[in-house]
Design a protein around this ligand. Structure first.
Ligand code: PA5
Length: 446
C-alpha cells in the first residue's frame, strides 16, 4: 500500500489474531459501506466519480481569485473549515502568509468564522480594509452562527470598499444545492456558488468544493490530490484485513479501546501537520463520541510536547495509545556542520541531518512509550505532498467509518453538537427559543 501501517509496537498489548478474528464483522460493515446507497456515503466513491465540470469551475474560480486578490478570506467552521486549512498548511511553505508576494505568487489566506472572538475579528477587519480581498464562505446549512456573523461583517467591508456590484464578484459561496439562507442570498446577489453534495457530511467533505476551492487558491495541485485519493479508494476497496491498512487501523484502535486505552494521541513531528491533526480530531471525535462511549481523540506535536506533556505520556494514567505519522522523505533537509571549538558539545552530530535526528527522536520515543505502557501505531507516509494528502484523508475517513461501525455507533451523525446551540440561542433571545430560556432561568439563572 502507498501508506504503510506498522502496528508491531502494539503487539505487546493485543494479539494479531484478535485483529483477524474481526474479519467477518469487517466484511459485513465493508459491504454496507459499499453496497448500501446510504445517505452519507457520497465520499466513498467520490475520488472516482467527482463532478469534472464542477472541478474545472473550481480551478477557474481559484485562478480568478488569484488574479484579483492579495488575500482570500475563508469563512467556515468545523467540517467546513478544518480540511482546507489542513491541506493549505501541510502543503505550502511554513511561512506562506509572511512570504513576499513575488515568492508566494498566490494570495495570502486568512480564516474567520470559526469563533466569536471580537478582538480577532476586529483586528482582521482592520487588516483587510487596506487589502484587495475575496471571500469564500463555506457552510452547508448556511445557518451556522460563527460563519454567518463573520460573513455579514466582511461582506459589508467588501461592499463599502468596492461597491455592491464589484463586491459580489469577489464573493464565492460553497453551500447546499437547494436550501438554506446562504443559498437564497447567493441566488439573489448572483454570487458564484459551489455545491456541497447532500450525501457527504461536513467532516467527510474535504475533497468536495468545501476544501478544494481554498486549497486551489493556495496553489496546491488538485489533480494530484484527487489522484492520491483515488489510489486510496482503489487500494482500500477490499474487506480483507491482511490487505486493507485502514481497516487494520480501525480494528486495532477498537481492540486497544476495549483493553482500557480510551485516549488516542495523534502524534507528529512536523509543525505543518498541526491542522491535519485538528481535522483528524474532529473526524474521529464527532464520528465516535456517542452513547457515552468512544476513544477521546487528542493530538500532540513532538518533540515540542515532549517537553510539556511527555512526562504524562510516559508515566501518567495508562489510558493512552499513540498513532504516529512518520514522514519518510522530507522535502528539505539540513546538515549539522562541524564546529571548530565544539563548545556546545554537538560535534558528535556533525555530518548528520535534522531528518536523521528527528527520526531517532521518533524511534526513541516509540520505544520509551511502548515500554511505559503506551501502545504505538505508526502511519508511514512517503512524502508530504498533494498526492499523499489525498491518500491520507481518504485512508483516515475509511478507517473512521469502519471504526465507528465496529464500535456500534453511526459515524455520520452528530446530534450532540446541537445541544449547546439551543442554550446559546435561548440566551441570545433568538425567536423560537423562549421556552428553553424559561427552562434555563428556572434551572440556572434564578
Ligand atoms: O462535521 C460537521 O457536520 C460539522 O463540523 C459542520 O461541518 C460544522 O458545524 C459547520 O456546519 P455548516 O457547514 O453547516 O456551517
Amino acid at each position: 500500500a502507498y501508506i504503510d501501517l506498522d502496528y508491531t509496537s502494539a503487539l505487546g498489548f493485543i494479539h494479531e489474531k484478535e485483529m483477524y478474528q474481526a474479519q467477518e464483522t469487517v466484511t459485513f460493515i465493508h459491504d454496507r459501506l459499499h453496497q448500501i446507497q446510504g445517505k452519507m456515503l457520497g465520499w466513498v466513491d467520490l475520488p472516482a466519480e467527482y463532478d469534472r465540470a464542477e472541478f474545472r469551475r473550481i480551478q477557474e474560480a481559484a485562478a480568478k481569485i488569484q488574479k484579483q486578490s492579495d488575500v482570500l478570506l475563508v469563512i467556515g467552521v468545523g467540517g467546513s473549515y478544518l480540511g482546507a486549512r489542513a491541506a493549505i498548511e501541510m502543503l505550502n511553505h511554513h511561512f506562506y502568509n509572511d512570504l513576499p508576494p513575488e515568492r508566494r505568487k498566490t494570495p495570502q489566506i486568512y480564516y474567520v468564522g470559526h469563533h466569536f472572538s471580537p478582538v480577532y475579528i476586529a483586528e482582521l477587519a482592520e487588516l483587510l480594509r487596506d487589502q484587495d480581498f475575496s471571500i469564500n464562505v463555506i457552510s452547508k446549512s448556511g445557518t451556522t452562527m460563527e460563519p454567518a456573523i463573520a460573513f455579514r461583517i466582511f461582506r459589508n467591508i467588501l461592499e463599502e470598499k468596492y461597491g455592491k456590484a464589484k463586491a459580489n464578484e469577489r464573493i464565492f459561496v460553497t453551500t447546499d444545492r437547494k436550501q438554506g439562507v446562504l443559498k437564497t442570498l447567493a441566488d439573489q446577489e448572483g454570487y458564484e456558488t459551489f455545491v456541497i453534495p447532500d450525501n457527504i457530511g461536513g467532516r467527510y467533505s474535504v475533497l468536495t468544493p468545501v476544501g478544494l476551492l481554498p486549497i486551489a487558491v493556495s496553489g496546491v495541485d488538485l489533480e494530484q490530490m484527487m489522484a492520491g485519493a483515488e489510489l486510496a479508494r482503489s487500494e482500500l476497496n477490499t474487506p480483507l484485513l491482511n490487505e486493507n491498512t485502514a481497516y487494520q487501523y480501525a480494528v486495532i484502535r477498537n481492540l486497544l479501546y476495549k483493553k482500557g486505552k480510551t485516549i488516542e494521541l495523534f502524534v507528529h513531528y512536523e509543525p505543518c501537520l498541526h491542522f491535519l491533526a485538528e481535522w483528524w480530531k474532529q473526524l474521529f471525535g464527532e464520528s465516535e463520541g456517542k452513547q457515552q462511549q468512544g476513544i477521546f481523540p487528542a493530538a500532540v506535536e513532538y518533540s515540542t510536547d515532549l517537553h510539556s506533556l511527555g512526562q504524562y505520556v510516559q508515566e501518567g494514567r495508562r489510558e493512552l495509545f499513540e498513532t504516529v505519522i512518520k514522514v519518510q522523505r522530507p522535502a528539505l533537509n539540513v546538515t549539522i556542520e562541524k564546529d571548530h571549538d565544539n563548545m556546545d558539545g554537538l560535534n558528535f552530530l556533525s555530518g548528520k541531518t535534522l531528518d536523521y535526528i528527528n527520526k531517532q527522536a521518533l524511534e526513541g520515543v516509540r520505544m520509551a512509550h511502548t515500554d511505559g505502557g503506551v501502545p504505538n501505531l505508526l502511519i508511514d507516509i512517503p512524502q508530504i505532498n498533494a498526492f499523499t494528502f489525498g491518500y491520507l484523508v481518504y485512508f483516515l475517513k475509511k478507517a473512521c467509518a469502519m471504526s465507528g461501525h465496529l464500535h456500534g455507533v453511526n459515524p455520520f451523525d452528530q446530534s450532540g453538537v446541537e445541544k449547546y446551540k439551543t442554550n446559546m440561542f435561548a440566551l441570545l433571545e433568538k425567536p423560537g427559543y423562549e421556552q428553553r430560556m424559561d427552562e434555563l432561568k428556572q434551572r440556572y439563572l434564578g
